[in-house]
Design a protein around this ligand. Structure first.
Ligand code: ATP
Ligand code: MG
Length: 236
């Protein structure tokens, strides 16, 4: 079963938001899902409606943990600094082969963990914003490889606002640049922040919100792209 790596070369683009909702979508579709927060910041859980003070179980290359919305939630920051773990990954040993789908949330600045996990990932999900600083970071998605030559990368344009010209133009530009590797867009929606402020998942706080509808569509596209929906159909 796959590892899906969520990482963007630019921080604050919505990587954690996307990782959380991709996890919840896949769990709702009947997959066995574990979400791994590899960040020191430790904010993935906020998008599940948890409190900042709520500690997550440490990931030890397996095991089970508290499940929220059907997703097992782990902190993996400490483990990503343990030499035994990093060496095993470098040797090609994968702790992600136990039948679950693993979603990894990796901080923008943590290139080391991103490079460590990438060879084990079936898909790299890269979240972008309709802002010049986010687009400028496109050349850093994979150092030395042109953005259009990364077939295992799926892009999501987050915080899209069609009332703004730069936002619309970014959408057109990305569609031309990466084609259907742009798996979808998510509208800018204050309900995302309000839900986190209320310590509620957006599905409970604002079930009719634009961002929730969009992220579910995008998650469905990613599920189809890596053939996971076919697996569920075969099982049922
Ligand atoms: N579609 C959206 N509409 C409005 N706000 C959003 C949307 N997506 C994310 N946000 C908000 O943007 C901020 C950044 O999101 P998030 O924490 O997921 O980004 P990140 O890329 O993981 O950031 P970091 O680099 O700090 O880890 C958060 O405050 C989040 O609530
Ligand atoms: Mg984050």
């Amino acid at each position: 079963m796959p590892l899906i790596l969520c990482h963007s070369p630019k921080g604050g683009t919505g990587t954690s938001f996307i990782a959380a909702h991709l996890s919840m979508h896949l769990a709702r579709q009947g997959h066995d899902v574990a979400a791994l927060d590899f960040t020191y910041q430790d904010t993935l859980k906020l998008f599940f409606g948890l409190l900042p003070t709520q500690a997550l179980a440490e990931f030890h290359g397996g095991g089970s943990a508290l499940a929220v919305a059907g997703v097992e939630l782990f902190s993996a920051y400490r483990l990503s600094r343990e030499p035994d773990f990093t060496e095993a990954l470098r040797r090609g040993q994968s702790p992600f082969n136990d039948g679950k789908i693993y979603i990894a949330d990796v901080a923008a600045g943590d290139r080391e963990t991103k490079d460590l996990l990438l060879p084990h990932a079936q898909l790299h999900v890269c979240t972008l914003l309709p802002q010049p600083v986010s687009l400028a970071a496109l050349t850093k998605v994979a150092a030395g490889t042109p953005t259009i030559e990364l077939p295992n990368t799926a892009y999501i344009l987050n915080q899209l606002d069609d009332t703004h010209r730069f936002s619309r133009h970014t959408h057109i530009f990305l569609r031309e640049l990466v084609g259907d590797q742009l798996v979808g867009t998510v509208r800018r929606d204050e309900a995302v922040n309000e839900a986190a402020a209320m310590f509620e998942p957006i599905s409970k706080y604002a079930p009719a919100s634009a961002a929730l509808a969009d992220i579910r569509t995008v998650a469905g596209q990613i599920e189809a792209r890596i053939g996971l929906n076919a697996n569920v159909e075969q099982l049922s």
